[in-house]
Structure formats: C-alpha cells, structure tokens
Design a protein around this ligand. Structure first.
Ligand code: ZN
Length: 121
C-alpha cells in the first residue's frame, strides 16, 4: 500500500465511493491509498482519503473530528497544568522563604539562650 496524490491507473476511482481525480477545495486532488493490488485483469484498487478514514474507524482508529476534539482537550489540559505548576512554584517559594525565616528565628533564640547562660540569668 502507498499514498498517492492522483490515481494514475485504471479505473481512476475510489473502490468504495467512486470518487475520481476531482480537485479538492484547495485544488489538490488526492490523497488516495493505492492498495497495490490488481483486480479484474489489471485494474488498480484505490481508496480515497475519506473512505480510508472510514475503514480505519471500523477497526478502532479515531476519526479526524475525534482527533481535533482530543487535541483541543490536550491544549486545555496543558494550560491548566501550566497554571497549576505556576501556583505550586509560588507556594514552594513561599514555603522555602518561611523555612529560612524560621531558621533565622531558631538561631536567634539559641544565641539569646547562650547569652543568658553566660550572664547567669
Ligand atoms: Zn472514497
């Protein structure tokens, strides 16, 4: 099997829907899947993209619409993940700063206790 832009062998039609080498809206013609099989004495078997996608969906492949929907969901989830990571980073920085301050306070308390012991208070 191979992908071709134009059917170059007889019968020049999709095996399933009968689409020919008709230009698409963007003026391209294909793609078509050339099944590389001869039937009826040297007739080539082609399947247009739309029919190939339908065949794929019959065996569990996602459709182009489903792919677009999944891509949209992925983008939305990636944005949510980015925002959540940003919030987490902010909280981590706040926690680290609080730990440093607590450490300074702890050290100060130790110094004060040592000084009191020296003085005998
Ligand atoms: Zn077709």
């Amino acid at each position: 099997m191979k992908l071709v832009e134009k059917m170059t062998m007889q019968p020049f039609t999709c095996l399933y829907c009968g689409k020919g080498n008709i230009p698409n809206n963007d003026r391209t013609i294909g793609p078509f899947v050339d099944l590389e099989r001869d039937v009826n004495f040297n007739e080539t078997v082609y399947v247009c993209e739309k029919c190939a996608l339908r065949v794929g969906s019959c065996v569990g492949m996602i459709t182009a619409d489903e792919q677009r929907e999944l891509n949209d969901q992925i983008k939305k989830l990636e944005k949510e993940l980015h925002n959540t990571e940003a919030k987490l980073d902010k909280r981590t920085r706040q926690r680290d700063l609080a730990r440093k301050r607590l450490s300074v306070v702890g050290t100060s308390i130790k110094v004060i206790r040592n000084e009191k012991e020296k003085v005998g208070a």
